[in-house]
Design a protein around this ligand. Structure first.
Ligand SMILES: [Zn+2]
Length: 277
């Protein structure tokens, strides 16, 4: 999948170079970017430090305004779009590599952490080698420091389980316990949420709202226009290749939405059959 996106990107990049800059023009809306790790480890979740800098330089050149999630009304068509940056999972590289670059530019960002994985030792199962420093997650102290420096912190649940396969009671516990744990740790209210693996349903969205969250981000591709539901904001995945990244920000891959949807459905069915096995 990633390979085909990249191949399409290489082709589209050649087309794009032949076109005037600023594909977004005055199309309005809010583009929310989804990052995970910032390191040179490769794999599905990593953007290297060099690629990350290239992304930021492209954003600078584009003149797009970088905004905090939910801080301002979404601009309508006829206005330049805005961009918000988000980081999921709470990798240490966000504090060590990404945040210095962002704070040097005075750009806000949101970090969504798994509240049950902040002891500095735990690793996600998909990060195979626990000894690989790139898999390291922020601990409580580092997270508190990062928040004090200006990073906005939100919840990514307690355990990073795929919510659509849990019972309503389990979903409620994931939402409320993580929010409470983060508020106790950080000493301020936590009203942002990111659905693990983008898994949401209408019922889960309702539970997110009932648990006190005001902003929630999905993994549904696309730009958010005025009137967008703040509890299921769309996000653009961040392809490492700077040229593909630029195209993604400009919505060049939004045509893949039906593919995303069928992939999510397949994922849901796979997980449901596994959990009932
Ligand atoms: Zn995640």
């Amino acid at each position: 999948m990633r390979g085909s996106v990249r191949a399409a990107g290489a082709f589209a990049g050649r087309v794009r170079r032949a076109m005037p800059r600023g594909g977004l023009g005055r199309s309005g809306g809010l583009v929310v970017l989804a990052y995970h790790r910032i390191d040179s480890g490769g794999g599905g979740l990593a953007v290297s430090p060099g690629e990350f800098r290239a992304h930021l330089e492209w954003l600078e050149e584009s003149g797009l305004r970088i905004v905090d999630l939910g801080a301002e009304p979404i601009p309508p068509r006829g206005m330049p779009p805005q961009v918000a940056l988000t980081f999921d999972d709470g990798y240490r590289s966000v504090a060590e590599v990404a945040w210095p670059e962002l704070s040097a530019r005075n750009w806000p960002a949101s970090l969504f952490v798994v509240a049950g994985m902040l002891d500095g030792e735990l690793r996600f199962p998909w990060d195979r080698s626990a000894h690989d420093g790139r898999a390291a997650l922020l601990d409580r102290r580092a997270l508190t420091d990062l928040m004090a420096e200006g990073m906005h912190v939100g919840s990514h649940t307690m355990t990073h389980r795929y919510l659509p396969t849990l019972s309503p009671r389990e979903v409620a516990a994931e939402l409320r316990t993580s929010r409470q744990a983060l508020e106790d740790l950080l000493g301020r209210s936590v009203t942002r949420f990111s659905y693990p693996m983008g898994g949401w349903t209408g019922a889960i969205r309702g539970q997110v709202r009932a648990a006190g969250y005001r902003i929630a981000v999905t993994s549904d591709r696309g730009r958010n226009l005025p009137g967008a539901d703040s509890l299921r904001l769309r996000r653009q995945p961040t392809e490492p290749d700077p040229e593909v990244f630029a195209l993604t920000v400009e919505g060049g891959f939004d045509f893949l939405r039906p593919v995303d949807r069928s992939r999510q459905l397949a994922q849901r069915l796979r997980r449901a059959s596994r959990s009932s096995a």
